[in-house]
Design a protein around this ligand. Structure first.
Ligand SMILES: NC(=O)c1ccc[n+]([C@@H]2O[C@H](COP(=O)([O-])OP(=O)(O)OC[C@H]3O[C@@H](n4cnc5c(N)ncnc54)[C@H](O)[C@@H]3O)[C@@H](O)[C@H]2O)c1
Length: 347
């Protein structure tokens, strides 16, 4: 082997657009849920590095934030990277989505970044795939939910609904509640096109929760707005994707699963508030990976609440899947000469 061949070569740098991401993921919901399941398993087995997310906040724009999620995933994927995702809630009133994001993938052997992908779609997809996986796993041992209800009906709610129905869920009724009538109407319009089943727009969260055996929270609430334990007395499966909707009392009356304990008990999430209130983590049953591995069983006689903080390793898994798909299709847009100073002492 020549000297040059033995030396690692930086991989070419590519940019993947949102249109390419969407084409790669459309209709692949089952595959993506399976991939997310594998990523949770690798993470649960310690085959990952997923440090705390870093929150950049602004004194002059208090509702906005940009979060950095660095991560490294092993398993079959073997990739490192960073998701950099903005949340600017005022965007919605201006007619553009709240969240925008890029994902950088770094080469396992050289550390070189080799792709920058539009990542709001990847992020929404991995969140929705994780929710669909949790719905499946947490419903085992109880009557399969036939009435789903969405509290907060933005982009994430739409992606979750799409991933639920594409992975075999059929609902007699879909409940909708949003503080914004426009959002509720927009989501209703999406549901009418999405398929059969009764659609009910509720005036308040209470009636929606009482009428749903699968409840999805996808709001942008900064602090709990649901605190009455009796609303959950029918023991629903609750996907608490927006993390801060439920008062600690609700969690204390439920079986609680998270994606990662250290991640989730931070940043004033509802599980974090429950820990502060009780001074312990005893209210947590474990992680979704524990349920998948049979280490934790979920009793049917209590509500079950899944609060996923959102792990960077999931973005890596889905991002690498997209990169491989775009490469396979021959559409990878490589930026020539992106890395230019490659000779240590000049050319
Ligand atoms: N856990 C994760 O992995 C993860 C990943 C991505 C997004 N998220 C979270 O999902 C949430 C939704 O994201 P999105 O992009 O759909 O946001 P979005 O802004 O598009 O939609 C949020 C909707 O919630 C509504 N809302 C706000 N407060 C409400 C309340 N108290 N009751 C009912 N409705 C309320 C708003 O009117 C809006 O229509 C965000 O909080 C986001 O941080 C979580």
């Amino acid at each position: 082997m020549s000297d040059t061949a033995a030396r690692p070569v930086p991989p070419p740098f590519a940019v993947v657009s949102g249109a390419q991401v969407q084409r790669s993921l459309q209709g692949r919901e089952r595959e993506v849920v399976d991939l997310v399941e594998a990523a949770y398993r690798w993470h649960g087995e310690g085959d990952s590095v997923n440090p705390p997310s870093y929150f950049l906040r602004f004194p002059d724009r208090p509702t906005a934030r940009i979060i950095a999620l660095p991560a490294s995933l092993g398993g079959k994927i073997r990739v490192d990277g960073l998701k950099w995702i903005s949340s600017f809630p005022d965007n919605v009133a201006a007619g553009i989505p709240r969240a925008s994001a890029v994902l950088i993938l770094n080469d396992h052997d050289t550390g070189y970044p080799f792709a920058c992908l539009e990542s709001s779609i990847i992020s929404a997809t991995r969140t929705a795939a994780s929710a669909a996986l949790a719905a499946e796993r947490l419903s085992v041992g109880r009557p399969r939910p036939r009435r789903v209800g969405f509290v907060g009906t933005g982009l994430i709610a739409r992606y979750i609904h799409t991933h639920l129905t594409a992975t075999g869920w059929e609902f007699e009724e879909t409940g909708v509640f949003d503080l914004s009538p426009d959002s509720a109407a927009g989501f209703r319009g999406y549901l009418e096109k999405a398929g059969p089943g009764r659609i009910t727009v509720y005036e308040d969260a209470e009636q929606l929760i009482r009428s749903s055996d699968l409840v999805v929270f996808a709001t942008i609430a900064g602090e709990p707005h649901v605190s009455d334990v009796s609303w959950f007395e029918h023991n629903p499966v609750v996907l608490h994707v927006s993390l801060r909707d439920l008062a600690p009392e609700i969690l204390l009356a439920s079986t609680n699963l998270v994606d990662d304990v250290e991640h989730c008990l931070k940043a004033n999430t509802s599980p974090h508030l429950a820990e502060q209130l009780t001074g312990s983590r005893d209210f947590l049953a474990g992680t979704l990976a524990d349920v998948m591995a049979g280490r934790v069983t979920v009793p049917a006689g209590r509500p079950v609440v899944f609060s996923p903080f959102g792990l960077g390793v999931l973005d890596l898994a889905v991002g690498k899947y997209v990169y491989d798909e775009v490469t396979r299709s021959g559409d990878l847009h490589v930026i020539d000469d992106f890395f230019h100073e490659l000779k240590r002492y000049g050319a």
